[in-house]
Design a protein around this ligand. Structure first.
Ligand SMILES: [Mg+2]
Length: 348
């Protein structure tokens, strides 16, 4: 097998604001694995705080070509041969997805069929970015026409987080969840969570900083289920998270791809945890990888490609609020040449 990787930049339709950051473009790493004339494609989205960027991810993969061997179905052996370097999760995800895409194309099966899963999962939420309460309500009202649930980004550090939820609740009856992105203290969380329960919020994602000692107390006292995201990366984290959360948010760019994500979903079930599938702002190539396994999850947040000015890898079908994976071999999406297409050097 031959492996090639490159960085790609995608423009967002609007500036994306969460508690720690704002951005108007996003970078991914794209892996291409070729075997007997067939090419599989995969995307991973590096997360800066974990010391990986698109250039380092592409460099890591371009040094791994020799290690792939000649059997695209030998996932365990291929993964075991990769260097055990840290900060390579997005690179590993891109490769894992490219191998799944390739195996699907070689067998003529969509990945969800290859894995024996159902095609459709729960409806995706739409992320309402952090803003002032009126602004979030306006954007929520617009999104409520197309989506069946909303995720509100909180953690404004301005005393207005509950106002944000009230303002949105006043304009829509849709199911709501919130994501604090680690911005509350234990005391703030214990004060806010009962009020969120009163507003009908279904669950709260990552109220506390990763690893915060107060996690167990907040889990015990919260009337709203707690889901952890920044606390939970790979299978090795899931058991620990059971002590501080009612559910986990799996993201393929944290887990290192589909294969580890499935292990995490099953481990979470064994521990009585709920399972959410999240994403980054990324193209349909990565969103398709998530959509293939969405049926394993209780909640799905796969709006990443819908946040782009234009999806350069169309094929995932947004139908009645659900991000449905294509009914085509592999990941089932194809690259298009367009205004936002990658230039020959992989940047735009
Ligand atoms: Mg999150």
């Amino acid at each position: 097998m031959e492996l090639e990787a490159r960085a790609a930049t995608f423009r967002l339709a609007e500036t994306f604001v969460i508690s720690r950051d704002s951005t108007d473009e996003t970078e991914s790493v794209i892996a291409e694995v070729t075997h007997r004339g067939q090419t599989g494609y995969g995307e991973g989205t590096p997360i800066g705080r974990y010391g990986e960027d698109a250039a380092s991810a592409a460099e890591f993969l371009n040094e791994c070509g020799e290690l792939l061997g000649d059997d695209p179905f030998a996932f365990d052996e291929i993964h075991a041969r990769l260097p055990q370097a840290s900060n390579t999760q997005a690179a590993r995800a891109a490769l894992d997805h490219a191998l799944h895409d390739l195996c699907g194309k070689l067998t003529g099966l969509p990945v969800w069929r290859l894995l024996g899963l159902r095609r459709g999962g729960p409806p995706t939420c739409w992320t309402v970015w952090l803003g002032d309460p009126d602004d979030m309500a306006r954007r929520a009202e617009r999104a409520a026409q197309r989506f069946r649930r909303l995720k509100l980004k909180l953690g404004g550090r301005d005393g207005l987080d509950l106002e944000r939820v009230r303002a949105v609740r006043a304009v829509t009856e849709l199911p709501l969840q919130v994501d604090v992105n680690e911005y509350w203290t234990v005391d703030e969380a214990l004060e806010a969570l009962p009020q969120l329960a009163g507003l009908g919020v279904e669950y709260c994602e990552q109220p506390l900083p990763e690893g915060d000692e107060g996690g167990a107390i907040v889990k015990e006292r919260s009337p709203v289920p707690i889901y952890v995201d920044e606390d939970c990366h790979t299978l090795a984290d899931v058991a620990v998270c059971a002590g501080r959360a009612h559910g986990i948010n799996i993201k393929l760019s944290k887990s290192g791809g589909i294969r580890e994500a499935i292990r995490m979903a099953h481990a979470a079930r064994a521990l009585g945890l709920g399972v959410m599938l999240g994403c980054m702002t990324e193209s349909g190539l990565a969103i398709s990888a998530g959509a293939q396994i969405a049926s394993l999850c209780d909640f799905v947040d796969l709006d990443g490609n819908l946040l782009l000015l234009e999806d350069p890898w169309p094929g995932v079908e947004f139908r009645n609020g659900v991000q449905l994976p294509p009914d085509k071999p592999g990941l089932g999406v194809e690259s298009i040449v367009s205004l936002s297409a990658e230039r020959s050097d992989g940047r735009n």
